[in-house]
Design a protein around this ligand. Structure first.
Ligand code: NAD
Ligand code: 6OD
Length: 501
């Protein structure tokens, strides 16, 4: 059984040693659990030690969360609950630099990227859902009754109860808060299992929750792995009513199996093999700027990133040449070094996987336009998990690197002749997360935008987010939608009240 500790709290730094990351249960950082290493992927060094939650710790988290829903949190007025969410956003902003350093240490991503994307979105997610929950109505129906009278039906929203949040490593704070914020807005309590690769920012959020006076048990953190560890203990726990998950498609399938016996509600944001289409009438500079950002941002570790780019034949050579220039201008290195805009992959294991795909492309006959290997870096970065930005041409549409999600900084560029062929190739995948179309023809933008078998279809842009819009994947890229009222609908349960008048 986990025991409460006094000072210092979990996210404490040992001078010249690794940061200790404990589980956060019922408003306290608790001892217990087997320690495991957290590695800085930019250097390959251990920078933190996290404590893997065991069954007793997971049970304690579920009990604490249940108590919160049934107690002060469950009874809190909407105005106060919204104020708490805004206070959490303020708390993240107050400790902006701590979050920044935690995220950078776990992921190795460039300072600039975490500064402009990850941490601001962590705070924004809480503000957006504090607003969303205040601005949604429920339906009302007046009906005729068999005896000639009337009845009034109206729905009230209630929290689901205890919600399990399982998040990945690529945008740790952004993706975790994207689910925690709406779950709390609806009055649930959450238990978060962050990725074992990136537990730091979630642990830090526990500190912020305590600092802003969040009632005990509303936000809990358990560390650990997936199968036969904290992840599976959470997804199979009978006291958890819903699981919201972001990660790989096959992990989603395993979670579905584990959640089935207790019939939990599920929301899944899964993998992708996203297409981009560049028509000959596109603004070429915009397409090159947009798609080089899309392929290489976060070292390609963005679920929405295109790994297949279809280019209309008349502009194919110019597009390939422009992408090559941009790929070769990327600067890999340590997160804080000047001008660095290209970080490492998350782990040695993931680097091996990506390099395996680099080899597979060559075996399948690719022309390597640029990259294909590991950059030559000196100093501390020599121990990091870097690969080169990589582009291929000459691949058949059904080559392995054109079908399987790689999750690295690479793309196959394939020519097409005519809109029909482009749409057919783009949709020829078991995935359906996102697409990005580049054209100046307005009718085509609408037509092709709608023809994409995806959850998010961008035109002349990529990863442009309005957090009120539906976000999620079609086909094997997800189950359900989150964002704005879609999130509120998932994290709450309507009760219809029928009153005979
Ligand atoms: P992953 O599926 O390996 O792990 C995600 C989380 O699930 C981690 O916290 C992990 O510990 C946990 N987990 C693993 N096995 C589990 C199990 N059996 N039971 C319970 N929990 C388990 O994914 P990842 O490697 O961390 O992230 C990369 C993947 O995430 C890519 O496929 C990417 O496309 C996807 N992703 C999707 C979106 C989206 O919005 N659709 C966003 C980001 C990432
Ligand atoms: O912007 C978001 O809300 C979101 N879920 C982004 C997902 C990015 C995938 O890596």
């Amino acid at each position: 059984m986990a025991t409460k500790t006094a000072e210092p709290p979990a996210h404490s730094r040992v001078p010249n040693g690794p940061t200790l990351l404990r589980n956060y249960i019922g408003g306290r950082f608790v001892d217990g659990g087997r320690p495991f290493d957290v590695v800085d992927p930019a250097t390959g060094r251990v920078h933190a030690i996290a404590h893997e939650a065991d069954q007793a710790i997971v049970d304690a988290a579920v009990a604490a969360a249940r108590k919160a829903v049934e107690g002060e949190w469950g009874r809190m007025t909407l105005a106060k609950r919204r104020a708490m969410l805004n206070a959490v956003a303020d708390g993240i902003e107050r400790r902006f630099d701590d979050f920044l350093e935690a995220e950078i240490a776990d992921t190795g991503k460039p300072h600039e990227l975490a500064h402009h994307l990850d941490i601001p979105r962590g705070a924004a997610n809480f503000r957006v859902f504090a607003d969303a929950i205040a601005n949604l109505s429920t339906e009302t129906f007046e009906m005729d009754t068999p005896d000639g009278g009337k009845a009034l039906n109206y729905a009230v929203r209630k929290p689901l109860g205890v919600v399990g949040v399982i998040s990945p490593w690529n945008l740790p704070l952004l993706l975790m808060t994207w689910k925690v914020a709406p779950a709390l807005a609806c009055g649930n309590a959450v238990i978060v299992k962050p990725s074992e690769e990136t537990p730091s920012s979630t642990t830090l959020l526990g500190e912020v929750m305590s600092e802003v006076g969040m009632p005990d048990g509303v936000f809990n953190v358990i560390h650990g792995f997936g199968p036969e560890s904290a992840g599976e203990m959470l997804t199979s726990h009978p006291g958890v009513r819903a699981i919201t998950f972001t990660g790989e498609t096959r992990t989603g399938a395993a979670i579905m199996r584990s959640a089935a016996p207790s019939v939990k509600a599920l929301s899944f944001e899964l993998g992708g093999k996203n297409p981009a289409i560049v028509f000959a009438d596109a603004d070429m500079d915009a397409a090159l700027a947009g798609l080089s950002r899309a392929v290489f941002l976060n070292t390609g570790q963005v679920c929405l990133a295109p790994e297949r780019i279809y280019v209309e034949r008349p502009v194919f050579d110019a597009f390939v040449a422009g992408m090559k220039v941009r790929a070769e201008a990327m600067k890999p290195g340590l997160p804080h070094d000047a001008g660095v805009n290209f970080g490492p992959l998350i782990s040695a294991e993931h680097r091996d996987k990506v390099l395996g795909y680099y080899r597979s492309a060559v075996e399948d006959g690719a022309t390597v336009v640029t990259g294909g290997g590991v950059p030559d870096l000196a100093g501390e970065a020599a121990g990091g998990f870097f690969v080169q930005p990589t582009l291929w041409t000459g691949l058949a549409h059904d080559a392995r690197v054109c079908r399987e999600e790689i999750f690295g900084p690479c793309a196959a560029i394939i020519p097409f002749d005519g809109e029909e062929e482009a749409v057919r190739m783009a949709n020829d995948t078991e995935y359906g997360l996102a697409s990005s179309i580049w054209t100046t023809n307005l009718s085509r933008a609408h037509r092709v935008g709608k023809a994409m078998e995806v959850g998010i279809s961008w035109v002349n842009c990529w990863f442009l987010r309005d957090l009120r819009t539906p976000f999620g994947g079609a086909k094997m890229s997800g189950v359900g939608r989150e964002g704005g009222e879609h999130s509120i609908n998932f994290y709450s349960e309507p009760t219809n009240i029928c009153i005979k008048l």
